[in-house]
Design a protein around this ligand. Structure first.
Ligand SMILES: Nc1nc2c(ncn2[C@@H]2O[C@H](COP(=O)(O)OP(=O)(O)O)[C@@H](O)[C@H]2O)c(=O)[nH]1
Ligand SMILES: [Mg+2]
Length: 335
């Protein structure tokens, strides 16, 4: 890749030169060892980890077609009217196509394209969830260093991506389709628990009545969960992203959360906790890579997998053999 020098990255990001910001993100997305080293230097120099306390990181999740991109577009237009500077990212580990699914959204988010106070970045492609989320955190830090104060992270509500995103944002928005009152359409309980707001989207036209029913059903379900430890009580809102109805109210709710959690210190505490989890995630990923690539482990791995499969070796025994092979050779052989 066409790499700049550190000073050029720093200057370009700090002055929010869009081309350099994009290049800096490409740098943090790279898996090349030299790029990784430079990316770490860049993040360190930007003071990115510690300095950007005034940003607001918001996750937007929900099933495909619920209206996440439309919601983000409407919300962003509202934020622009409040003089916010907005960055939009996508986390979509399922997207293998070039440019990721948000590229289609880039045209959908047509009213935002070209605005200097908006930055849209598609999901890195062909990545595992771990890879995407690691890069997303670092991308957020670059964008905050470039002066974007509101970061919107769109993620498809499939697999584990939504919990991963919930772990890297201040506020988590769950979008819900209007549906029958007490049918929660298989919303996972765990996701309801991390949602700071549930937006029943498409509350317009023929969907309005069912949207109201959905709200009643969700309210009942939510009341069983009670308030979170932080003291925040999740809200349920009716929104039409298409008609911009309820968008301002939704932002008011998000802003109320931000003020409350900043004032009582819970926002800072949450970010500190997220940083510790982030550290562990990095260590776990790295260890797993090293383990799997270790020659002594590789030597035994296929045979042991087969043996466990044939039930000739117990999983416990197989794991012990692998761990022993790994630790015995830790001094040498390791890359
Ligand atoms: N009626 C109605 N349609 C909507 C609304 N929001 C999104 N849509 C439509 O739902 C479809 C999927 O929207 P999109 O934002 O791409 O969903 P995503 O897959 O969750 O990002 C599009 O055809 C949108 O025009 C809404 O508030 N009301
Ligand atoms: Mg979308």
């Amino acid at each position: 890749m066409n790499r700049l020098n550190l000073q050029a990255y720093i200057a370009g990001v700090q002055s929010c030169d869009r081309r350099t910001v994009a290049k800096a993100i490409t740098l943090v997305e790279s898996t090349n060892d030299q790029d990784r080293a430079l990316a770490q230097e860049l993040l360190g120099s930007l003071g990115a980890i510690t300095r950007h306390k005034n940003s607001y990181r918001i996750g937007v999740s929900g099933p495909p077609g619920v209206g996440k991109s439309t919601f983000i577009e409407s919300l962003s237009l509202h934020l622009l009217s409040l003089q916010k500077r907005v960055a939009i990212l996508a986390v979509d580990p399922t997207s293998k196509r070039s440019g990721g699914s948000i590229l289609g959204d880039k045209t959908r988010m047509g009213r935002l394209v070209g605005n200097p106070d908006i930055f849209i970045r598609p999901s890195p492609t062909g990545e595992t969830l771990g890879g995407v989320t690691r890069k997303t955190r670092e991308t957020i830090l670059i964008l905050e260093a470039a002066g974007f104060d509101t970061i919107l992270v769109e993620t498809v509500g499939v697999g584990q991506s939504e919990t991963a995103v919930a772990g890297m944002v201040d506020f988590f928005t769950l979008l819900h389709l209007p549906g029958a009152g007490d049918d929660l359409q298989g919303i996972k309980r765990g996701i309801m628990e991390v949602a700071d707001v549930i937006v029943v989207n498409k509350a317009d036209g023929q969907f309005l009545e069912t949207a109201k029913q959905a709200k009643r059903g969700l309210t009942a379900a939510l009341s069983l969960l009670g308030a979170a430890d932080s003291g925040w009580e999740s809200e349920i809102l009716l929104v039409s992203s298409l008609n911009n109805n309820g968008i301002a109210e939704c932002w008011d709710c998000m802003w109320k959360f931000y003020r409350m959690m900043s004032e009582n210190g819970n926002l800072q505490a949450k970010r500190r906790e997220q940083n510790v989890s982030w550290m562990w995630a990095l260590v776990t990923d790295d260890l797993q890579d090293r383990f799997k690539n270790h020659p002594a482990v590789q030597e035994h791995l296929e045979d042991l997998k087969m043996a466990v499969n044939n039930e000739t070796v117990t999983p416990v025994k197989a794991a012990a053999i692998l761990m022993q092979a790994f630790t015995k050779n830790l001094g040498g052989g390791n890359k």
